[in-house]
Design a protein around this ligand. Structure first.
Ligand SMILES: *Cc1c(COP(=O)(O)O)cnc(C)c1O
Length: 236
C-alpha cells in the first residue's frame, strides 16, 4: 500500500475516535478529502481505498481534474464538492461539473447556479457559507442573514439546500475550538427548525487541525486535506 492509504486510514481512525468520544454514530460524519493542489493520480489512489467525496477550492483546477478522471475508464464514480470562493463568471463551470457547492453566500450566485445547472444532472447540492467568527476579510453571509438567504435558495428548483458550512479562523486548543463550532451548530439547529426542509442535514465544518472539536460540536462533514494528501505548495 502507499502513504496515502495510511494517511486516509489514520484520518478515518481520528473520526471514529472523535465520534466515540462524543457518543455519536460514526456514520453520522462524512469525510470530504480535499485534493486541491494535488494531481488526478493522487485522487485515484485515495479513491482506490474507497474514498468517494473530494473537495476542490480552485474551480479551474478542479474542473480539469474532474474531466481528466471522468475520461479514464477505471475511475469509480466520484462526488465532487466545490469549497472555494465563486465569482459570477465561474458559476457555469461549477454548475456543469460539481455535485456539491459549500460556498454559496449570496442569492445572485445561487440564482446563476440554478439557471446554469444542466437538466440531465441531479439538482446541485448546496451549503450556505457562514462567516461565523465575524472576520471582515472573509467570505460568508453573517449569521443574522442566513435564514433569509436559505429561504430564497430553497425556492430554486435546480438547487437542493443541504446545510451550512463554516471556516473559522484557527484557534488554539480543543475548548476554544469547540466553543466556536458550537456557535455554528446552534445556528444550524435554528435555521433547520425554521426551514423545515427534510434534506437540510449537513453541517460542513472541521479540517485537519480541528476535526475532533468540530465533530464534538455536531459536524456532519469534515473537510480534510493536509492529513490525507500532505502539505501543500502553492505555485500561484
Ligand atoms: C484547504 C481547505 C480545507 C482543508 O484544509 P486542511 O487544513 O488541509 O485539512 C478545508 N476546507 C476548505 C474550505 C479549504 O480551503
Amino acid at each position: 500500500m502507499n502513504h496515502l492509504s495510511d494517511n486516509l486510514s489514520h484520518v478515518q481512525a481520528r473520526i471514529a475516535a472523535a465520534c466515540q468520544a462524543s457518543a455519536r454514530a460514526v456514520d453520522g460524519v462524512h469525510l470530504l478529502a480535499v485534493s486541491k493542489t494535488f494531481g488526478a493520480d493522487d485522487v485515484l489512489k485515495v479513491a482506490a481505498c474507497g474514498q468517494r467525496d473530494f473537495g476542490e477550492n480552485y474551480i479551474q483546477e478542479g474542473v480539469q481534474k474532474i474531466t481528466k478522471l471522468a475520461a479514464q475508464t477505471h475511475t469509480p464514480a466520484l462526488v465532487w464538492h466545490c469549497i472555494g470562493p465563486i465569482q459570477s463568471n465561474k458559476t457555469k463551470l461549477v454548475a456543469e461539473h460539481f455535485d456539491w457547492v459549500h460556498t454559496v453566500d449570496r442569492l445572485k450566485i445561487a440564482q446563476r447556479l440554478n439557471d446554469q445547472r444542466p437538466a440531465h444532472l441531479q439538482p446541485l447540492q448546496v451549503c450556505i457559507q457562514v462567516n461565523i467568527d465575524g472576520g471582515d476579510t472573509k467570505s460568508g453571509v453573517t449569521p443574522a442573514d442566513v435564514l433569509a438567504l436559505a429561504l430564497d435558495i430553497s425556492e430554486l428548483p435546480r438547487l437542493s439546500l443541504r446545510g451550512l458550512m463554516t471556516i473559522p479562523d484557527p484557534v488554539e486548543g480543543f475548548t476554544a475550538q469547540v466553543a466556536l463550532h458550537n456557535k455554528s451548530r446552534a445556528l444550524f439547529d435554528e435555521v433547520k427548525r425554521a426551514l423545515n426542509l427534510p434534506q437540510f442535514d449537513t453541517l460542513s465544518m472541521g479540517m485537519t487541525g480541528d476535526l475532533e472539536a468540530a465533530i464534538h460540536a455536531g459536524s456532519t462533514m469534515v473537510r480534510v486535506g493536509t492529513a490525507i494528501f500532505g502539505g501543500r505548495t502553492y505555485t500561484a
